[in-house]
Design a protein around this ligand. Structure first.
Ligand code: ZN
Length: 489
């Protein structure tokens, strides 16, 4: 019997107890990247947030099917229905085949996600691999009378849809209000109504990515792919759909409308949205000069950065905020995150060295802490509260270490279990870079210090000093005190 999990459903604006469609199984769809440029800071947050969510579901005992798409066609500039395809544009500028652009940036995206220690999705479908399915759904929407054909392009009839259903139900927008604030846009002449959106676009002569269809040679609209691929891999109705808040309107609103027409109701039972990252209080944008790619961040090469930041620091930084809250990026915030992460992981090494008494007894304080951590994570994935409690645990470890009294075997095992299941398992936090070998290095230094202690015991001061000087030249500084010998790098 898994522990109760509560998630905030964007549709109802309420925290709801999660009840999967099929007991023990979860179907999760998350909108993936449009692969026409290097992955940036904006990709890191959903990448990490849904990774922790999947890890949490697995820890709770669910079998998870995590589908995250790759958009490789149909996403036009400015997210509109009139600009150039983002990938085709890049291909034109770089003199490449569009699929070369897709391949190159998909690999870059995967590399960045792996550095952030996110697990790959169970299925990663591409829009261009599902043209047949998309054509079938367009035909269905046309048959239902909810779309119209103009010059070989097919548009979803939002005005008509809004008469029987409410368009804007997810983002709580009212179509009439939206209309009042809208001017007629250039290049939208084919649409009967400004909020209609393309299901199929007829390709202009110079457009490279094109497929035959009953209406014209062209390409599918961006909003359609997610409706089609989610139902193909997760079923007509499925558990959870996630994505960034920037996708709420119009992307997810359009998905919901398409689903409703083809299935009689929305396919999604819980809609989840992560908030965005701002940079020094500003929205990230190329025109603002604050657009930071993940590579620039990990290598410290962007002019706004004072240094490079390790992917694990970035991961920890993201988890310090609740996924629905805002998160402001700055050098200082990242530096503080790096320190916090180090403190959290260092305590595990202190834990390993605590002396232990054989009792199995487990203290109530530690049990309460463990419970509090799981409760926070199951309460709409409240990672800041979970991390706060983990730092109480860090204090417990240091207090135990300073007191030099042995801890019970049961206590030590419990704390070790929290580190392996929560810190490593759910939060996916691990040592940075070369520090993967830190336990080995520490073991070797401790061993060398044992030789030095033996030398001192036999008053072999020459040998003792030689060891100290050699270690010092390697950057290991020894401190002798009454309690024994300590060291630091
Ligand atoms: Zn999507």
């Amino acid at each position: 019997m898994p522990r109760d999990l509560f998630i905030y459903n964007t549709l109802t604006r309420e925290k709801e107890k999660f009840e999967p469609l099929v007991p023990g199984h979860v179907g999760l769809y998350v909108c993936g990247p449009t692969v026409y440029g290097d992955p940036h800071l904006g990709h890191a947050r959903p990448g990490v947030v849904y990774d922790v969510f999947v890890r949490l579901l697995k820890e709770l005992g669910y079998k998870v099917r995590y589908v995250r798409n790759i958009t490789d066609v149909g996403h036009l500039e400015n997210d509109s229905d009139s600009g150039e395809d983002k990938i085709a544009r890049k291909a034109r500028l770089e003199e490449l085949e569009p699929m070369e652009v897709v391949q190159y940036y998909t690999i870059r995206y995967h590399q960045a996600m792996a550095l952030l220690n996110t697990l790959p999705p169970s299925i990663e479908p591409r829009a261009s691999g599902h043209i047949t399915e998309q054509i079938a759904v367009i035909a269905q929407i046309l048959d239902a009378g909810m779309a119209y054909l103009v010059n070989g392009s097919v548009y979803f009839d939002v005005e008509k849809y809004n008469k029987t259903h409410r368009f804007g139900i997810l983002s709580r927008r009212v179509l009439e209000d939206l209309m009042a604030n809208t001017r007629k846009l250039e290049g939208q002449e084919e649409k009967r109504f400004p909020f209609d959106f393309a299901l199929w676009k007829k390709a202009s002569p110079q457009h490279i990515m094109r497929w035959p269809s009953p209406w014209s040679e062209g390409f599918p609209g961006w909003h359609l792919e997610c409706s089609v691929m989610s139902s193909k891999y997760l079923g007509q109705v499925f558990d959870i759909h996630g994505g960034g808040m920037d996708l709420l309107f119009p992307h997810h609103e359009c998905e919901l409308a398409q689903n409703t027409i083809t299935r009689g109701k929305d396919s999604v039972r819980y809609w989840m949205h992560n908030n965005l990252i701002t940079i020094n209080g500003q929205k990230m944008g190329k025109s603002l000069g604050n657009f930071i790619t993940l590579q620039e961040l990990f290598q410290g090469t962007h002019p706004l950065l004072t240094q490079s930041f390790h992917p694990m620091t970035v991961r920890f930084f993201i988890l310090q905020a609740h996924y629905r809250g805002t998160l402001d990026f700055s050098n200082d915030a990242l530096l503080a995150a790096g320190k916090g992460l180090k403190r959290l992981l260092q305590a595990r090494r202190v834990l390993a060295k605590l002396s232990v008494s054989p009792e199995a007894a487990v203290s109530a304080t530690l049990q309460e802490m463990e419970e509090k951590i799981y409760q926070a994570l199951c309460d709409d994935m409240n990672t800041p509260i979970a991390l706060g409690t983990l730092f109480e645990l860090v204090t417990w470890i240091h207090t135990a270490s300073d007191s030099a009294r042995p801890v019970s075997q049961g206590d030590k095992e419990l704390v070790e279990r929290i580190y392996s299941r929560v810190v490593e398992g759910i939060l996916g936090l691990r040592e940075e870079g070369d520090n993967d070998r830190l336990p080995l290095i520490e073991g070797l230094i401790d061993m060398i210090l044992e030789f030095r202690t033996q030398a001192r015991a036999t008053k072999n001061w020459n040998e003792s000093d030689r060891i100290r000087d050699r270690l010092s030249s390697l950057g290991v500084h020894i401190k002798d005190s009454r309690e024994g010998t300590g060291w630091e790098l």
